[in-house]
Design a protein around this ligand. Structure first.
Ligand SMILES: Nc1ncnc2c1ncn2[C@@H]1O[C@H](COP(=O)(O)OP(=O)(O)OP(=O)(O)O)[C@@H](O)[C@H]1O
Ligand SMILES: [Mg+2]
Length: 430
């Protein structure tokens, strides 16, 4: 969802007023869907209906709206649109998010697909379980009188230039990330209240605090994932290397490329090979590279993630066959393949055993020379071991989350200024 379409509730959010958009089509009885199992382009993907909604397509965005709940995807940010081969669902892929989409009634599906294809986005049909069946009807001619849509459907995944041209080298200097006066809401429920935190380049910043105080919400705001959540809104500023992450002229795709994310639960594509998992974002963005370049990226990212030696002889085996700790390092390698300048990690070790945890911590400490890291952890020893800066979040008695204290990790653990910080780091609550 984009900021300007998120919610009718208006807690003084930053709003980018759009210039008039050309409405192309409306599907009044549709659904928002979520990919709940598998990969949208694989035959066994399972998609479930989440919510009834009216889907509107303009020349600029696809929106699904039901009262206060609103989802929307900017056409310019879509990396790929995946249609179900035999069912009327469509998943929209934007960087790091490939789970959400819409479904229109089967009777309107052909029209829906036609309109989408005419927007010129990359369209792919889910791979079919039975290749003997005839190909699905997506290459339909345009309807005769669609204003503003004059191109024929594009069914190829295009070769899009990457930032910095065809080179697949690291993008350059480290970037700091500075969050200023961040507030966040889910509907009318305020969960963060004017939180400011400077996360300097080349450091590991740990976010600590009890459950529900807004750490994950804050992290999602740092790479524009918050806006994908139904009814979410925010206020404040995020500066990456001094540049506004929410600048309306900045593409969401570019923001996501600069800021990678690793989640609590390792989420590699299980049926996809280890090699292809590392390069998954290449495939989703339609980047084409020579085998040599791809081999180089796979080796370098797996090495940086501390996994290369363990998997170099089994690169063609499925990612799902790795242990939990290895899968998490594979996800780190996958996040590194887009050459982020900042890596966000939300409790990356909470599902792992101590040995795997230790291995990931070593990886974090090795990576920080080339990517700024922000990590959420409930493990105080881990925060102490891996971070050099730390911020303590707290939401007291139903109030929104705030940062009670932040600073160098040694000071936060050794001589905190606020008694609540001391209680928390000593394990007395939370
Ligand atoms: N999708 C959502 N819709 C509505 N409310 C949400 C949503 N996600 C989080 N919240 C609420 O926002 C608040 C902050 O949640 P958040 O997940 O950011 O906390 P957290 O500090 O990461 O917690 P934990 O340590 O348990 O992961 C909580 O009150 C939570 O219930
Ligand atoms: Mg969380």
């Amino acid at each position: 969802m984009t900021i300007d379409s998120m919610s009718t509730f208006d807690p003084a959010p930053r709003i980018n007023r759009p210039s008039p958009e050309l409405e192309v089509a409306t599907f009044p009885t549709a659904w928002v869907v979520q990919l709940v199992d598998g990969d949208a382009v694989e035959p066994d993907a399972v998609v479930e209906r989440l919510h009834e909604a009216t889907v509107t397509i303009t020349d600029r965005r696809i929106s699904a709206i039901d009262g206060e709940d609103a989802w929307s995807w900017l056409v310019a940010d879509l990396q790929l649109v995946v249609h179900g081969a035999d069912e009327p669902w469509t998943i929209f892929v934007v960087p790091e998010i490939s789970d959400f989409g819409v479904a229109v009634p089967a009777s309107q599906d052909a029209d829906f697909r036609r309109v989408l294809a005419a927007l010129g986005v990359n369209v792919m049909v889910q791979r079919r379980a039975d290749p003997q069946l005839p190909p699905p009807l997506v290459a339909l001619p345009l309807p005769p009188d669609r204003d503003g849509l004059s191109e024929m459907p594009t069914l190829e995944v295009h070769d899009r230039p990457r930032r910095g041209g065809a080179q697949l080298e690291h993008s350059g200097a480290l970037a700091g990330i500075d969050a200023r006066n961040i507030s966040a809401w889910f509907g009318s429920h305020m969960v963060l209240d004017r939180v400011s935190l400077d996360m300097p380049a080349g450091h590991v910043t740990a976010l600590i605090g009890p459950s529900g105080c807004g750490k994950s919400t804050f992290l999602r705001i740092l790479n524009r994932m918050h806006e994908m959540i139904p009814s979410a809104s925010m206020a404040g500023e995020v500066l990456v290397d001094g540049h506004d992450l929410y600048d309306p002229n900045r593409k969401l795709t570019d923001a996501r490329r600069e800021i990678g994310m690793v989640f609590q639960k390792p989420n590699p594509f299980p049926a996809m090979s280890i090699y292809d998992n590392v390069l998954a974002s290449f495939r989703l963005t339609g980047v084409k590279a020579s085998t040599d370049v791809k081999d180089g990226v796979v080796e370098s990212c797996l090495s940086k993630a501390g996994l290369w030696k363990e998997v170099r002889d089994r690169l063609r085996q499925p990612g799902g066959g790795l242990s939990g700790g290895q899968q998490q390092r594979l996800c780190i390698a996958r996040a590194l393949a887009i050459q982020p300048r900042v890596l966000l990690m939300d409790e990356p070790c909470s599902a792992l055993d101590p040995t795997s945890t230790r291995r990931i911590e070593e990886t974090i400490m090795e990576l920080v020379s080339e990517v700024t890291i922000v990590i959420v952890t409930h493990n105080m020893q881990q925060a102490n071991r891996v971070s050099d800066r730390c911020a303590f979040f707290l939401a007291e008695q139903g109030t929104p989350g705030v940062i009670v204290e932040h600073g160098p990790t040694d000071a936060m653990f050794g001589s905190p200024q606020d008694p609540r910080t001391l209680d928390y780091v000593m394990g007395r609550f939370g």
